[in-house]
Design a protein around this ligand. Structure first.
Ligand code: GAL
Length: 396
């Protein structure tokens, strides 16, 4: 809840500040002539700022030019490079927006690159960022192992590195900031087991190159193990899905259904994008809403499926606290200040990594209103768009 309040505050402050609205409210009685003058001045100022932004922007990335130019001239302004993997899932667009917004708020510059799910592009992106004189490098890695060489390059230039959302297999990173990935894995499996204590399970894991998928698989299987041993549940199919692709999850679900004569009781799916693919496969056979389907991310289309009853649950990970936390940690690293972290064991390395891991919430039909809608993460009318007025809960 504390995180939710923080998220709300950050969002609120961004929405509420605006020189134009302040000025107009303070000058309600000023003549229309002055107002017109203000409008044209604002336009001119906007054009000027856009020009400055274009000049300040660095090739291959988006740049946040906000803040006091004097700082930059004096060489004081901190510059953060953020090498993202993808913007495909809705959550990553939120990460990008929140990251940029918080950089603006903290008066630091950020340069963001997106690798489009390509490890080689991300390696190039990082090299480019390092030539741009960044003070800190933040990476949401495409490939956990391959990204270790990017960490080496940054560290060779004394640039601290933050592993963002996904854990990089390097013991040289200064910080791993994410949500509680093991807890996400456990919550998903516990939910499935509680609601389908017996029957046939299909496990749809994320990308094998992404530690989040690997950690979640491990935790999910640990939760399910005793029910498997007691032969209460049976895993009839399981696989990692390349790049978390919804269309590949759809194919995988279709095959699993065919091989089991449509008799599958639960699809334990590791994110909402793939859950969308699984629900499409079920819908083709008239089974949507009859089989348990899990997810992760609280993506709007998943929330709509949950409201409509075709997806059973998701895991809500507030993004603003993650992105803001990463920006603030980056600033501290740039200033060589100490971070408040707890150790997290990277199983692939057998080593402990300094980490900040944020809380997550299970969301199903019963608590849509009290979680994502209450937090302002999604809007009531969007979430219930496919639900008839009569079947909707009371509007907040
Ligand atoms: C994971 C992330 C999920 C999901 C997925 C696909 O690493 O934890 O939230 O978005 O990537 O990009």
């Amino acid at each position: 809840m504390l995180l939710a309040v923080w998220a709300g505050t950050v969002q609120g402050s961004i929405l509420l500040t605006g020189p134009k609205s302040d000025l107009i409210s303070e000058n309600r009685l000023v003549s229309r002539l002055l107002l017109v003058k203000w409008e044209s001045m604002t336009k001119a100022l906007t054009l000027f700022l856009l020009g400055v932004a274009a000049l300040a922007g660095c090739g291959g990335g988006t740049s946040n030019p906000g803040g006091n130019p004097a700082d930059k001239a004096a060489g004081k302004k901190i510059k953060i490079g953020f090498a993202m993997d993808t913007l495909k899932e809705e959550r990553w667009q939120r990460d990008k927006d929140a990251f940029e917004a918080h950089c603006g708020k903290m008066n630091v510059e950020c340069v963001i690159t997106v690798a489009d799910n390509k490890a080689d592009k991300q390696a190039n992106d990082v090299e480019n960022l390092l030539t741009q004189g960044i003070d800190v490098l933040v990476i949401a890695p495409h490939d956990a192992t391959q990204a270790a060489s990017m960490v080496d390059k940054a560290k060779a230039q004394n640039v601290p590195v933050i592993s963002y959302d996904r854990l990089i297999n390097s013991d040289k990173i200064d910080l791993y900031i994410s949500h509680q990935v093991p807890v996400i894995g456990r919550k998903i499996a516990e939910y499935a087991l509680k609601n389908k204590p017996s029957g046939k399970y299909v496990m749809v894991y994320g990308a094998s190159t992404d530690n989040n998928a690997v950690i979640m698989k491990k935790e999910q299987l640990e939760v399910l193990q005793s029910a498997i041993d007691k032969k209460e549940i049976q895993i009839v199919a399981q696989d990692f899905i390349t790049d978390w692709k919804p269309e590949l999850a759809l194919n995988f679900a279709e095959n699993a259904l065919t091989q089991n004569s449509d008799k599958v009781d639960a699809f334990v799916v590791s994110n909402d994008g793939m859950a969308g693919g699984v629900v499409s496969a079920l819908a083709k056979r008239g089974l949507a809403g009859k089989v348990l389907v899990t997810g992760q991310d609280a993506a709007l289309d998943a929330l709509q499926r949950i409201a409509a009853g075709t997806q059973t649950m998701t895991v809500y990970k507030p993004i603003i606290p993650l992105a803001s936390g990463a920006v603030e940690a980056a600033i501290k690293l740039a200033k060589k200040e100490k971070l408040d972290t707890t150790p997290f064991r990277n199983d692939a390395l057998g080593k402990e990594i300094p980490a900040i891991l944020l809380e997550v919430t299970t969301v199903d039909r019963s608590n849509l209103m009290d979680t994502v809608i209450k937090d302002g993460y999604a809007k009531y009318e969007d979430v219930y768009k496919d639900v008839s007025e009569a079947d909707r809960p009371k509007r907040p």
